[in-house]
Design a protein around this ligand. Structure first.
Ligand SMILES: NC(=O)c1ccc[n+]([C@@H]2O[C@H](COP(=O)([O-])OP(=O)(O)OC[C@H]3O[C@@H](n4cnc5c(N)ncnc54)[C@H](O)[C@@H]3O)[C@@H](O)[C@H]2O)c1
Length: 256
């Protein structure tokens, strides 16, 4: 693909977790269109390869990295390889999550542990593993995908709210610790985004309710969440640190 004018992420290396589908895939695509080489990290080998093949066919510079981000040693290996092959990442987007909805009275230990391992602990592992490269890049930026579930609860979401509440908190804390190293850490909080995974968890009635209570009168496209991420990792956000950017069409601030 040839471009006449420089793009804002030209020459930068990004890693996106959960990049094989949904919001992560849209983020990977957007950062690559903005000029970055994007390492797509996902636990699903087939889906990751397919996503990367499709993005490459569209002229984008992406690579596939199959890894379970809940496995700290495997995360270290993946980032060590990125360090050796590409000189480390300057952008990290923590998007992957493993999500189940269960009533508070019924949530089981295995489900809660896995949700916290993928949705919370793994963000710490990836930030630690990527930090040397992020710091060295001189423009290091991390974006953690949170949710409006960090702000407001819905039914059967005790584990999900715990995960996303933790993401909001760890983002602020990481912004303090890593800010000292010149690395910014922010979060994006979408409301309901009709990805295949999200649609599988909600009835048509629940989706309609979310649409009606959104001031913009529609739900987000994954590309619109990717746009918020693209802003936060860019130099346009060079003094934005520790921020939770809500991208919900105005839903959290309205009484609809
Ligand atoms: N879709 C929504 O309504 C919505 C709303 C708010 C926030 N979010 C957040 O956005 C993110 C993406 O949501 P989505 O709807 O695109 O989900 P999705 O299920 O479509 O995509 C998640 C991706 O993460 C990968 N993944 C899961 N476990 C992994 C692991 N252990 N290691 C590596 N990869 C793993 C999956 O294979 C999948 O490709 C999540 O953090 C979610 O909580 C989604």
């Amino acid at each position: 693909m040839t471009h006449s004018s420089p793009r804002r992420l030209d020459g930068r290396i990004a890693a996106v977790t959960g990049a094989a589908r949904g919001i992560g895939r849209a983020v990977a695509e957007r950062l690559a269109r903005d000029g970055a080489h994007v390492a797509c990290l996902d636990v699903s080998a087939t889906r990751t390869q397919q996503a990367v093949d499709e993005m490459r066919a569209a002229g984008l510079e992406v690579s596939a990295h199959v890894v379970d981000i809940a496995n700290r040693a495997a995360v270290r290996d993946t980032f060590a390889r990125l360090e050796a092959e590409r000189g480390g990442v300057g952008i990290l987007v923590n998007n992957a999550a493993w999500i189940r909805y269960q009533p508070a009275a019924e949530i089981d230990e295995e489900t809660l542990d896995r949700m916290l391992a993928v949705g919370v602990k793994a963000m710490v592992w990836t930030m630690q593993a990527a930090m040397a490269g992020l710091q060295r890049s001189g423009h290091g930026a991390v974006v953690n995908i949170c949710s409006t579930a960090a702000l407001r609860a819905t039914a059967d979401s005790i584990a999900y709210c715990a995960v996303k509440g933790a993401v909001a908190g760890l983002t602020r804390a990481a912004a303090v610790d890593f800010g000292r190293l010149g690395v910014r850490v922010n979060a994006v909080a979408p409301a309901f985004v009709p990805t295949a995974a999200a649609l599988a968890n909600f009835s048509g009635e629940a989706v309609a309710k979310r649409t009606d209570s959104t001031p913009l009168g529609r739900l987000a496209r994954p590309e619109e969440i990717a746009g918020a991420v693209a802003f936060l990792v860019s130099d346009d956000a060079s003094f934005v640190n520790g921020e939770l950017l809500t991208a919900d069409g105005g839903r959290s601030n309205s009484a609809l």
